[in-house]
Write a protein of this length. Structure first.
Length: 664
């Protein structure tokens, strides 16, 4: 978290704490002080009085030594006062009397103890001894001001009463005036000194209380700041949902409970469809609003299932729910998809429907699962990829028995990382015939992948993995360089067609890298064709259009592959001038598709493009294409993909045992 964000968060807390502190009136502070001091005062009063009673009774020994003639009376008075005081204080404590009542009891006990002793002591005949003994009267003053935690006014009143009693007693003594003046001055000085000390002690106690209150407010402020910072560090600032860090912590917790206690759960990934198009068209501010609205709706849906939800990055969200039954997971995933669809947020630039939708991929814990936490996320991610590949706005659950979502995809991803270095990737070439002249118009370069032990992996298996993992960029560059070197430099074939993923067109500098390869191999761009598949991943962006324009300036031609299999083809035909459109073989192999073939061919010709039909497997299909005036054809009947094609000095394609095509 940066310093600015931290300051933005903590400044309001500091300000609020200061305002809270400064806004408390003095009266409220005093009341709070008394309230918080009640427990201490109650305990201090009780313990102090018990200790004072013990000391008070111990002074009976001094009575016997100094005024033995009245000692029996002073001791009896001491015992009486002590018993009465202890009974009173325990009764008050038992009835949970207020600390003020206990303080009054302590003050009364001091006065009773002083006067109860002073009365019989004044009847002694040992006046000289008593005159010395009277000095100890100051102990009662100190008890009022220092020993007990009496409030200042009460302590002054109590010690003042003791002072008055002491001064009156001096007037009754048959002693000289100098003694009276000296002892009286001592009494007054002790009263003033102990009262001042009591005032300072009470002030200090109050200051300690103020410091404690301030420390408490600072602690609460620091705690609140820490909690706020923790929330901020775990919250996505745009949507208010858990961020990736927080959701991964919850994922680890659920995984631990699954491994330790068997509490299964589901991981559901949600991706907003065509969000890049939404951002490009409506702007980032509207894009943020879209994500916020979607997040709020998803949060409400997740809450009904007591599930956790977070923003996993970009336009992707994740839901963790405590369910592990396939039908329950499927129901929740479908409800999530429907939640986004029901919002009906407008999306004018997507090719299939004019509103925002989401693709959903889900996985859940199953018996026999591995011990790696990442496994369930990888499974949900593969399911999401399949959902996007199946037209989006749909739900896919990971199925370990489904060839599209098994562990083989992970193995392929690992294999692709070493494919070029280990010579596991190669090219084969399939001829494309000009039906009007019977000559080879071009050959298509097709990638092949094999495992280390020589097992072949079909393109339909490894190409999607390469696109998903980003390996397609390096593989595509290798294929282009290899095709130029192997074929165009060795054989007199007019054109070579190389498949290019839309992902490659999105890469910065792709056109420059193609120009560098052409310069390196000495191949003219006019002899190179790029085939782009009309799949669901086709994303038409301005930078893609610019890249196509740059490549066209190099002389490279563009073909639209597999036309009719997706829903983006018409948009691409409108934005890009394709030299040739390759119609998918399904229209040739299906009787109903054949009826549409002529209409599609007419549509393509109206755009000024040639028509190529792939998948020609027999004479009848070839004859049909010729009757429809199709320009180009490709298929096993005309030539299979073959790596040996480049090494043949002559190439002949046969029909009915007659050569129809020869390369010299």
């Amino acid at each position: 978290m940066d310093e600015w964000a931290t300051q933005e968060l903590t400044d309001p807390l500091d300000k609020r704490a200061r305002q809270q502190w400064e806004s408390l009136p003095t009266g409220e502070l005093r009341a709070l002080y008394r309230e918080q001091d009640e427990s201490r005062r109650r305990t201090t009063a009780r313990h102090g009085l018990w200790l004072g009673v013990v000391v008070y009774l111990l002074y009976s020994i001094t009575d016997i030594l100094l005024i033995p003639d009245v000692a029996i009376h002073t001791i009896a008075a001491r015992i009486t006062v002590a018993a009465a005081v202890l009974i009173l204080i325990e009764a008050l404590v038992h009835t949970k009397a207020s600390p003020d009542s206990l303080d009054l009891a302590c003050a009364a006990a001091l006065l009773a103890g002083f006067l109860g002793w002073l009365g019989p002591a004044m009847m002694t005949e040992r006046v000289e001894s008593l005159s010395y003994y009277m000095v100890f009267g100051t102990i009662f003053m100190m008890g009022a001001n220092l020993f007990f935690s009496l409030r200042f006014v009460l302590s002054v009143v109590t010690s003042g009463a003791i002072l008055v009693g002491s001064l009156l007693a001096l007037t009754l003594f048959p002693v000289d005036a100098s003694y009276q003046i000296a002892l009286g001055t001592f009494y007054i000085s002790c009263f003033i000194f102990t009262s001042f000390v009591n005032w300072k002690l009470n002030q200090e106690r109050y200051n300690v209380f103020l410091n404690a209150v301030e420390a408490k407010l600072q602690h609460e402020e620091a705690t609140e700041r820490g909690e706020a910072l923790l929330r901020l560090s775990r919250t996505d600032p745009l949507t208010g949902l858990d961020n990736r860090r927080a959701i991964e912590e919850k994922l680890r917790h659920r995984w631990f409970e699954w491994r330790a206690f068997g509490r299964g759960f589901a991981a559901i990934l949600i991706d907003v469809d065509f969000f890049k198009k939404f951002n490009d068209h409506y702007g980032h501010q509207e894009g943020d609003r879209c994500l916020s609205v979607v997040a709020q709706a998803l949060g409400q849906t997740a809450a009904r299932y007591n599930a956790s939800i977070g923003r996993y990055g970009g336009e992707e969200f994740i839901v963790l729910a405590g369910i592990d039954e396939q039908n329950q997971v499927a129901h929740l995933a479908e409800e999530i998809r429907r939640t986004v669809e029901t919002l009906a947020l407008p999306h004018e630039k997507r090719p299939d429907r004019p509103f925002v939708t989401a693709s959903v991929g889900a996985s859940f814990t199953r018996s026999g699962d591995g011990t790696k936490l990442e496994k369930i996320i990888h499974e949900a991610d593969r399911a999401l990829y399949l959902a996007k590949g199946n037209g989006r706005n749909c739900v896919r659950l990971f199925d370990p028995d489904d060839p599209e979502s098994d562990e083989e995809g992970e193995d392929i991803a690992t294999l692709l990382k070493i494919a070029i270095e280990q010579n596991l990737i190669s090219l084969v070439y399939q001829p494309i015939q000009d039906l009007a002249t019977g000559r080879i118009e071009a050959v298509e370069a097709l990638m092949r992948l094999r495992t280390i032990d020589g097992k072949s992996i079909a393109p339909r298996q490894f190409i999607p993995v390469a696109e998903r993992t980003g390996a397609i960029a390096e593989l595509g560059e290798w294929a282009l360089r290899t095709a130029c070197r192997e074929l165009l430099e060795e054989l007199q074939v007019p054109t070579i067609s190389v498949n290019v993923s839309p992902i490659q067109l999105n890469l910065p500098g792709f056109a420059a890298s193609v120009a560098a390869i052409l310069d390196e191999t000495g191949v003219s761009g006019s002899r190179l064709t790029f085939e782009i598949t009309e799949g669901v991943e086709m994303t038409i962006r301005d930078d893609v259009i610019d890249c196509v324009s740059e490549l066209k300036r190099l002389g490279i031609r563009f073909w639209l592959d597999d036309f009719g299999t997706g829903f983006a083809g018409l948009s691409w035909l409108r934005l890009i001038d394709f030299d040739t459109v390759k119609i998918d073989q399904s229209f040739l192999h299906d009787a109903r598709g054949e009826a549409m073939l002529q209409d599609i061919a007419g549509l393509v010709r109206n755009r000024g493009s040639k028509v190529l039909v792939e998948g020609v497997e027999n004479r009848d299909q070839l004859a049909l294409l010729r009757s429809l005036g199709i320009d180009l054809a490709q298929g096993f009947h005309l030539g299979r993909p073959d790596s040996a094609l480049r090494s043949r000095p002559n190439l002949t394609i046969w029909e009915d045992a007659q050569p129809i095509l020869r390369i010299v």
